[in-house]
Design a protein around this ligand. Structure first.
Ligand SMILES: [Zn+2]
Length: 80
């Protein structure tokens, strides 16, 4: 599973609506990818702060911030 797919599945994962197979693949990826783990944590915090979980209800700006943070992390992690 690619990191990009992970981002798409985060909300479903947090809601517990992922299919068993997908969830397994998600867990496997999370276990080996610090970037996605950090992103998932950010997502959890945001969801907690907003008090809701539906992806459509997460303001686009917040989502962009998360994606930016994620991208920055990736850049840092691959820098020498
Ligand atoms: Zn990843």
């Amino acid at each position: 599973m690619k990191c990009r797919e992970m981002v798409e599945l985060m909300t479903d994962y947090l809601e517990g609506t992922l299919a068993a197979g997908e969830r397994l693949r998600f867990d496997e990826h999370i276990a080996g990818c610090d970037g996605c783990r950090a992103y998932l944590e950010q997502m959890r915090k945001t969801v907690r702060a907003l008090g809701r979980l539906t992806e459509e209800e997460i303001p686009q700006q917040v989502k962009e911030q998360l994606l930016d943070a994620f991208r920055n992390w990736k850049r840092k992690s691959t820098a020498p």
